[in-house]
Design a protein around this ligand. Structure first.
Ligand SMILES: Nc1nc2c(ncn2[C@@H]2O[C@H](COP(=O)(O)OP(=O)(O)OP(=O)(O)O)[C@@H](O)[C@H]2O)c(=O)[nH]1
Length: 307
């Protein structure tokens, strides 16, 4: 969804006059962006992230059906509702429009009131869908990404990097002696500690191709896309420094007076083989070593040997 409070609508038509009519009809309630052919529409969608697309069918170059198919193929744009607005009024055309993924099909000449009502309804459905998607991706306690979002994110980044090259890295973090923390301070304070650690991880200076997630229980994951081995260590160090700078007392830990984490890191190049599961196993084995070597430390899986 666009970040403004007003929704944004992309209008695609090769006829200037048709664009003007729709802009006039919608501009008091929505922000409008226009494109005069299919290729331009695909670029504008990525630039402006509209909440809804009104799409003509007959255009020079890519026609509306092709544009709609391309939008639905791309996971970044697949959820944006597409409404065809067209002079093509045969049953076959309407069927094709709906089959290629449009949410609605309106024939010209149209009624202004009905266009407004349909636009309103589709935007409301999109808003609810976006909310549901966001809720299903978030861990309710810490409000960071959950395991489902993590799995989706890893699968997506793996495919991207398989084509483009570059390293996908993962840090697995586990709070030290957390059972003792819970046992002595109580579950409620245990929860607050998890929220605190999640806040520290969320405040790391990461990029939007990276992700911080709660893997489950007292385990967290940081995924770094297109990174280098040295960065994995730097991020692990920043986590430990941030926990020291903003400490949570843990009188029952055997390694420090405050809450600490053990961290296992690993990196692989998807274009050279392997799998997300292998990356996980490597990070997990490194985490196990960090625990075994005394906790409150970072261990990086051996990149060469483990591949
Ligand atoms: N408060 C709270 N505790 C949780 C939650 N999820 C898991 N835990 C607790 O996390 C603790 C994990 O304990 P262990 O796996 O034994 O690990 P540990 O005590 O941290 O020991 P090491 O990892 O070996 O340092 C258990 O006591 C779980 O009950 C949660 O959502 N809230």
């Amino acid at each position: 969804m666009s970040t403004d409070t007003r929704n944004r609508i992309l209008i695609v038509d090769d006829e200037k006059v048709n664009i003007s009519i729709l802009v006039e009809l919608l501009k008091d309630r929505y922000d409008t962006v226009v494109a005069k052919n299919g290729e331009q529409a695909l670029r504008r969608v990525l630039e402006h992230k509209p909440d809804l697309i009104l799409l003509d069918i007959v255009m020079p170059g890519m026609d509306g059906f092709q544009v709609c198919k391309a939008l639905k193929r791309n996971p970044e744009t697949a959820d944006i509702p597409v409404v065809f607005i067209t002079a093509k009024d045969s049953e076959n055309d309407e069927e094709e429009g709906l089959n290629v993924g449009a949410i609605d099909y309106v024939t010209k000449p149209f009624s202004s009131a009905i266009i407004r009502a349909r636009v309103h309804n589709h935007l409301e459905l999109k808003r609810r869908g976006d909310l549901l998607k966001a809720l299903s991706s978030i861990d309710p306690l810490t409000e960071i990404a959950n395991r489902r979002r993590l799995d989706e994110f890893l699968a997506f980044q793996w495919q991207q990097l398989k084509r483009s090259g570059g390293m996908l890295a993962m840090l697995l973090l586990d709070i030290d002696y957390f059972k003792a923390f819970n046992d002595h301070y109580g579950h409620q304070q245990g929860d607050e500690c998890l929220v605190h650690v999640a806040k520290i991880l969320s405040a790391l200076p990461l990029r939007n191709v990276d992700l911080v997630a709660r893997y489950g229980g007292e385990e967290f994951v940081i995924v770094l896309t297109l990174t280098e081995l040295s960065v994995i260590e730097k991020v692990a160090l920043s986590v430990q420094q941030a926990l020291q700078a903003d400490p949570v007392k843990h009188g029952y830990s055997l390694v420090a007076p405050n809450v600490t984490v053990s961290i296992g890191g690993a990196g692989v190049c998807p274009s050279q083989g392997g799998s997300v599961a292998l990356l996980f196993n490597q990070a997990d084995a490194a985490l196990y070593q960090a625990k075994d070597q005394g906790r409150n430390r970072f261990v990086l899986a051996d990149f060469q040997d483990e591949r």
